[in-house]
Design a protein around this ligand. Structure first.
Ligand SMILES: *Cc1c(COP(=O)(O)O)cnc(C)c1O
Length: 399
């Protein structure tokens, strides 16, 4: 018998909310920009000429579909069936380009001449500078002064690609300060500039728009898994969460199938209770960060707490509003992995499968032993990026 209970929805509602999370908490000055985007984004995305250009570029430029690879030796070790979604094979080395390709096409259709973006480790900055070179648009990337020092190779890449890298000199001089600066820049250049945000965060419609651009990941997983196993749905989907864009993309087409367990892995840093952690749901409370109501790490009086993780891509004090809702509603399972566990998992994957993962992605691999998946179950791990950029860190563990 057909259930009379309506399926729960985990997608954004017409007002920009996921449950009580989301919305657009923005200064008056930003309103015209965000409103212009909100009014146009769905229509632009559904336009056949947009869809064709987007999917052609994903195929010929990004290299999609990325493979879904059955990791045989890892499966044997954990006594379950492990598949890796190989986002590490995307052009520029991670899933982030799926979003920047979508947003650059969006910016063109909105008639924008210039792009502004924020970046932490520089991965999103590189993905943004890449598509700006491709489309011949001016590109300004804000990056914390401290991160500029720590991530010299990515700064060089952005400059080679023609972007202007501007230091954010306020606060802790890291990602959240760069985000503040990028938003300020956008306020001051509302007519000709589009802001390419790098994750499923920010004011509505950004979280939904970015999730749609990343949803290609789970769209491909479904047909690829069917080819491998005969079934489109796995028992588990695992993804690391910084802001949450690779996880949002990997979860997207499974959200309404509640027998598929969606597992988000946060960075515990030196330990959840060590004072040096980025495990947002374990430590955070509801509040407003970068334009949306979500869960974030904050002090008693609401000041944002400095996050910590060995992996720069997970070093963010909040998560996207959809993830806050997945956590709050129980639809998502939230776990965490420490720096140490992530490094170990990165070496394990490298020695078992010959794949060097990004430190971020290694956090997702680190919970395989604690998942409780059985022999006849299927686990898909979203391998969000490759480890080339992390060799400096890995080298410290090789004697
Ligand atoms: C940026 C990044 C992440 C974290 O960002 P999300 O928006 O949470 O996906 C994860 N993995 C890699 C490889 C990254 O570059």
């Amino acid at each position: 018998m057909e259930s009379i209970v309506e399926k729960r929805s985990f997608q954004v509602d017409s007002k920009g909310y996921y449950g009580s999370f989301g919305g657009a908490f923005i200064p008056e000055m930003l309103y015209p920009n965000v409103e212009e985007l909100r009014e146009n984004y769905l229509q632009i995305i559904s336009d056949p000429s947009f869809q064709k250009e987007y999917s052609d570029l994903l195929r010929d430029y990004v290299g999609r579909p990325t493979p879904l690879y059955r990791a045989n030796r890892l499966s044997e070790k954990y006594k379950t069936n492990i598949f890796l979604k190989r986002e590490d094979l995307c052009h520029t080395g991670a899933h982030k380009v799926n979003n920047t390709i979508g947003q650059i096409l969006m910016a063109q259709r909105l008639g924008k001449k210039r792009i502004v973006a924020e970046t932490g480790a520089g991965q999103h900055g590189v993905a943004t500078a890449t598509v700006c070179a491709l489309m011949d648009l001016e590109c300004v990337v804000y990056m914390g002064e401290l991160d500029i020092e720590r991530q010299a190779p990515n700064v060089a890449r952005m400059k080679m690609l023609g972007a202007e890298v501007r230091p954010a000199t306020c606060g802790s001089r890291t990602l959240k300060d760069a985000t503040n600066e990028a938003m300020r820049h956008w306020i001051n250049n509302p007519v000709d500039t589009h802001y390419i945000i790098g994750s499923v965060v920010g004011p509505h419609p950004y979280p939904d728009m970015v999730a749609r651009f990343q949803s290609i990941i789970s769209e491909e997983i479904r047909w690829q898994l069917k080819q491998h196993t005969g079934s489109e749905t796995p028992d588990y989907v695992l993804a690391c969460v910084g802001g949450g864009s690779n996880a949002a993309g990997a979860f997207y087409h499974f959200l309404s199938e509640e027998n598929v367990r969606l597992v988000a892995i946060e960075a515990a840093g030196m330990g959840v209770n060590s004072g040096h952690s980025a495990a947002t749901t374990a430590l955070g409370k509801p509040g407003v960060l970068h334009g949306s109501r979500t869960i974030l790490m904050q002090t008693e009086d609401g000041q944002v707490t400095e996050p910590f993780s060995i992996s720069a891509g997970l070093d963010y004090p909040g998560i996207g509003p959809q993830h806050a809702y997945l956590y709050d509603s129980g639809r998502g399972t939230f776990m965490s992995a420490t720096d140490e566990e992530a490094v170990q998992a990165a070496f394990e994957l490298t020695r078992y499968e010959g794949i060097i993962p990004a430190l971020e992605s290694a956090h997702a691999l680190a919970v395989l032993g604690r998942l409780g998946a059985s022999e006849n179950e299927t686990v898909v791990v979203n391998l969000s990026g490759r480890g080339d950029k992390d060799m400096g860190t890995f080298m410290k563990y090789i004697d």
